[in-house]
Design a protein around this ligand. Structure first.
Ligand SMILES: [Fe+2]
Length: 226
């Protein structure tokens, strides 16, 4: 397999050795508690978001890893094709294997394939909208999908483009949403702005790789207890 754009070999943003070295010096100077206390805060759990009303309970998720095609369909789903990838880690920065990563989302017109979605925007017969993969030993996950559009949500207003995640491990379940940098509705969204650090749920779309020239790339690492 070729290089995975944007993916680090390890989950932790700061190496264990670097933390040890820095914290030992600062502990000696009386600035910091012992390194063990610093490690405990090395990776913050990914912030929770609501499940939302359009979880597709009536269907089974696609397991091909590619939501942009439907068996027997007439082509690729409408919209900007993207690859969403990342690592699932525990707070110690260790990859979580065997985690079930589900995503569901609106299509490129802002419509969910859900009977309760009253948005008159059209469905896309070539878009799955609901997928699941299981992480391997490296905690890696990846989906091919499309960038969703923002959509009207009644009295809440317009929801910015986002992809829902449900991540299940052996002792933790994380439900969250991933947003896109530059969306004009991000700053007004009450759900996104309800978390302590909204920027941590916002991804920047990176240019395509040579291997997948049609797919822009979004890297979204997930931290939960595993
Ligand atoms: Fe949604």
């Amino acid at each position: 397999m070729g290089a995975r754009k944007g993916i680090q070999e390890e989950c932790q943003p700061v190496s264990r050795r670097a933390i040890l070295k820095a914290s030992a010096a600062m502990f000696a100077a009386g600035i910091l508690p012992p390194a063990s206390a610093v490690f405990a805060k090395a990776l913050e759990r990914t912030q929770d978001q609501i499940l939302g009303p359009f979880y597709p309970i009536m269907s089974e998720p696609d397991r091909s890893g590619d939501l942009t095609r439907v068996s027997g369909g007439s082509g690729r789903a409408k919209g900007q094709s993207i690859i969403v990838r990342g690592r699932v880690c525990n707070p110690d920065g260790k990859p979580v294997s065997g985690a079930e990563v589900e995503i569901w989302q609106a299509n490129a017109a802002g419509r969910y394939a859900h009977p309760d979605d009253t948005n008159p925007a059209p469905l896309d017969p070539n878009f799955q909208g609901f997928g699941a993969v299981t992480t391997g030993p490296d905690g890696f996950y990846q989906f091919k999908t499309i960038k969703p559009l923002h959509y009207p949500a009644g009295s809440i207003g317009i929801r910015p483009a986002h992809i829902h995640f449900d991540v299940r491990g052996r002792r933790d379940v994380l439900v969250t949403q991933m947003y896109f940098e530059g969306d004009p509705y991000n700053e007004k969204d009450s759900f996104l702005q309800s978390v302590l650090n909204p920027d941590a749920l916002i991804v920047k779309l990176l240019p395509p790789t040579a291997e997948e020239p049609e797919f822009m790339v979004a890297v979204f690492d997930i931290v939960f207890r595993g």
